[in-house]
Design a binder for this molecule. Structure first.
Ligand SMILES: NC(=O)c1ccc[n+]([C@@H]2O[C@H](COP(=O)([O-])OP(=O)(O)OC[C@H]3O[C@@H](n4cnc5c(N)ncnc54)[C@H](OP(=O)(O)O)[C@@H]3O)[C@@H](O)[C@H]2O)c1
Length: 294
């Protein structure tokens, strides 16, 4: 099956579903990405900070697919922010991926306390875009205030903002800001992966009674219901799995529809509690790490 696509604000098409590889250990990443590509996924989302770009590139080569058929996305880590450092970060990622060109390169986080470095990093992305080294550029974990500052100081509107979105944390304010500025939302932890380890009132989204009820009504799984919720609300999704049956299950979401009441019922599960780091609190001191050369 060919994957439905969404069109980014610069006219580049991106598959509506991609394959995430955060916390896929390097030794299991190649097999997982090969399985995903054989299943029909044509977009892989990795990051310099995940330590598995090399294995993603290896899977693309082993798949036998033309490089042009696979949409490769990666992220620059905060330790490599700054104009020259970010240009070098492209070389590191491209070298590890074994790709001359990266389809979508994004800043992994804003550095709110050193926003001048975030701006300089983004200007490097603009340079790479102008030079044809990347087909689109964007950001991740940018809150409306970060995006407003970026839009005021740079020339290219980010194609995407990759943010935490799942039924327990919808970030409606960020979604509204992004769509108002032509920025596509990519939902990370789309089936609530980050909630699986959470203590307290809300555990895993996979066990939520409301989601289970909707899943039963459609003869589907909770993961498939959550992925439909995103897709029908216009978000791109990047579920991660290293389990072949789940890789297939997560891709099999294009032949059923949720009703408006079901979408609203999932919206209503929002707890307002973030699973990932607070974007405003990200600093190089707390989160910096060395990104090795290719
Ligand atoms: N930009 C950022 O800051 C950021 C942060 C986090 C994630 N991301 C991106 O978003 C991607 C997805 O996020 P995520 O990995 O946190 O969460 P996720 O995709 O919502 O969930 C992944 C977890 O769910 C399990 N799983 C997958 N499919 C399943 C299914 N059908 N049924 C039951 N369990 C299932 C996986 O286990 P197995 O693998 O063991 O099957 C894994 O533990 C990442 O891989 C990464 O590319 C970006």
């Amino acid at each position: 099956m060919s994957v439905p696509t969404l069109t980014l604000n610069n006219g580049v098409d991106i598959p509506a579903i991609g394959f995430g590889v955060y916390q896929a250990a390097p030794e299991e990443t190649t097999a997982a990405v090969e399985t995903a590509l054989a299943t029909g996924y044509r977009h892989v989302d990795t990051a310099a900070a995940y330590g598995n770009e090399r294995e993603v590139g290896e899977a693309v080569r082993r798949s036998g697919l033309d490089r042009a058929e696979v949409f490769l996305q990666t992220k620059v880590w905060i330790s490599d922010y700054g104009y020259d450092a970010t240009l070098r970060a492209f070389d590191k990622s491209a070298g590890k991926l074994g790709a001359d060109r990266i389809d979508l390169l994004i800043l992994h986080q804003a550095l709110p306390g050193e926003f001048h470095l975030t701006i300089a990093a983004y200007r490097a992305l603009e340079r790479l875009l102008a030079d044809g080294r990347v087909r689109a550029i964007g950001v991740s974990n940018f809150m409306p205030d970060h995006l407003a500052r970026l839009l005021a100081e740079t020339g290219v509107v980010p194609a995407v903002n990759q943010i935490e979105v799942h039924p327990y944390f919808r970030q409606s304010d960020v979604l509204a800001f992004d769509s108002g500025h032509g920025v596509l939302d990519q939902a990370w932890s789309p089936i609530g992966g980050i909630t699986f380890y959470r203590d307290g009132g809300h555990g895993s989204t996979l066990e939520d009674p409301r989601i289970l009820g909707i899943a039963r009504a459609h003869g589907r799984t909770p993961a498939q219901v959550m992925l439909r919720w995103h897709l029908q609300q216009g978000r791109q999704v990047i579920p991660k799995s290293v389990t072949p049956a789940r890789i297939a299950e997560n891709f099999d979401v294009f032949d059923f529809e949720l009703g408006a009441e079901e979408l609203a019922a999932i919206d209503a599960l929002d707890t307002g509690v973030r699973g990932g780091p607070e974007p405003e609190a990200v600093t190089r001191e707390a989160f910096g790490m060395d990104i090795p050369e290719a």
